[in-house]
Design a protein around this ligand. Structure first.
Ligand SMILES: C[S@@+](CC[C@H](N)C(=O)[O-])C[C@H]1O[C@@H](n2cnc3c(N)ncnc32)[C@H](O)[C@@H]1O
Length: 321
């Protein structure tokens, strides 16, 4: 039913159906101990293709059932972070509400006692135009280019520290810090800017909740406002991908960017905390957790995907090289 595929100094990777694994002795051992559940579940409408025959309502029931299972595993100040893209109705140019219903199902389940701490948007400027039928063929929709990231918890005050995830100051801000001069007073937005607000150097500015993956082409013109936070999108040439190429392995098609996992791990956990990814795929979460000194548990139904993820742990950067 569940099989320990491999383990490292800080983590264990199990293969099996995560619902079954988490309601077995693996789950018993984790009750009230997990600081962060960080995961990108299988996509609603693609589910049908590979994992049984879940249609919309079955998918909803299946995924929402995890709200209670996850809640029981979390520490009181723990967090659940779920990444889900937009889904589209099969054969129609309209968006499915299944992902939003999933969120509502999680926070409305009284047995899970979860709330939405904050939503993040992860914008990927390099995403291919999709859904192709409506965007590039019929030209009646625009490119669907972001995923939702929902941060939930059992308490209004889960462990979190935005000082651990500061982004570098902009050129303008560095200039202000140097000159100690800027226009104080009333802004068109009606905010009153204090004379001293901007002259304290806090080593970086506070993150917004829109995260932009850096474009794969480095000299692409940046079109988003400069206050959006760009994170490196190293996926197209990281150690794991190179290792897959060398060994002729087809890499997991829906890998999560390493920097996205790093961001939430830094923001919501400390070294030694336990992080769980119940839909682990190529184990981006476990790898980032190991690198940042956190314990991890990963679960994946497809053993071949589990096997390929072992290559991540041969990355010399894990040994600080
Ligand atoms: C979007 S992918 C996750 C990718 C992962 N974050 C990464 O970076 O590689 C979702 C994964 O969930 C797995 N999955 C689907 N149903 C599952 C189940 N019932 N139990 C465990 N894993 C499952 C799929 O095989 C797939 O690898």
């Amino acid at each position: 039913m569940s099989k320990l595929l491999y383990q490292t100094e800080l983590g264990r990777y199990f293969t099996g159906d995560s619902e079954k694994v988490l309601t077995s002795e693996v789950g018993d051992e984790l009750q009230n101990k997990v600081q962060l559940i960080f995961t990108s579940p299988p996509f609603p409408l693609n589910t049908k293709k590979r994992y049984g025959n879940l249609n919309g309502d079955e998918y909803k029931k299946w995924i929402i059932n995890f709200s209670e299972i996850f809640s029981d595993l979390l520490k009181e100040d723990g967090s659940i972070v779920i990444e889900l893209g937009n889904a589209w109705e099969m054969g129609r140019p309209i968006q499915s509400l299944l992902n939003l219903e999933t969120l509502l199902g999680f926070v409305n389940n009284p047995k899970a006692n979860l709330r939405l701490c904050q939503e993040f948007i992860c914008y990927n400027p390099s995403r291919l135009p999709s859904p192709a039928q409506w965007v590039t063929i019929k030209r009646i929709r625009v490119v669907d280019s972001f995923t939702h990231i929902w941060w939930m918890s059992k308490s209004d005050y889960p462990k979190a520290d935005n000082k651990k995830v500061l982004r570098p100051y902009s050129k303008d801000m560095n200039q202000i810090l140097k000159s100690k001069k800027y226009n104080a007073g009333k802004r068109p937005s009606a905010h009153n800017i204090n004379k001293r607000s901007f002259i304290t150097d806090n080593s970086g500015s506070i993150m917004p909740n829109i995260i932009e993956l850096e474009p794969i082409k480095p000299n692409r013109e940046v079109r988003l406002p400069s206050n959006v936070f760009s994170i490196a999108n190293t996926q197209s040439n990281d150690f794991f991908l190179q290792a897959c190429r060398k060994t002729g392995v087809v890499p997991h098609p829906a890998r999560m960017p390493l920097e996205l996992a790093n961001f939430f791990i830094d923001f919501l956990t400390d070294p030694g905390d336990i992080i769980l990814d119940p839909f682990a795929g190529s184990n981006t979460t476990g790898f980032c957790a190991e690198k940042l000194g956190r314990k991890w548990i990963s679960i994946e139904i497809d053993e071949d995907l589990g096997k390929q993820s072992i290559m991540r742990f041969q990355d010399p950067s894990l040994a600080g090289e």
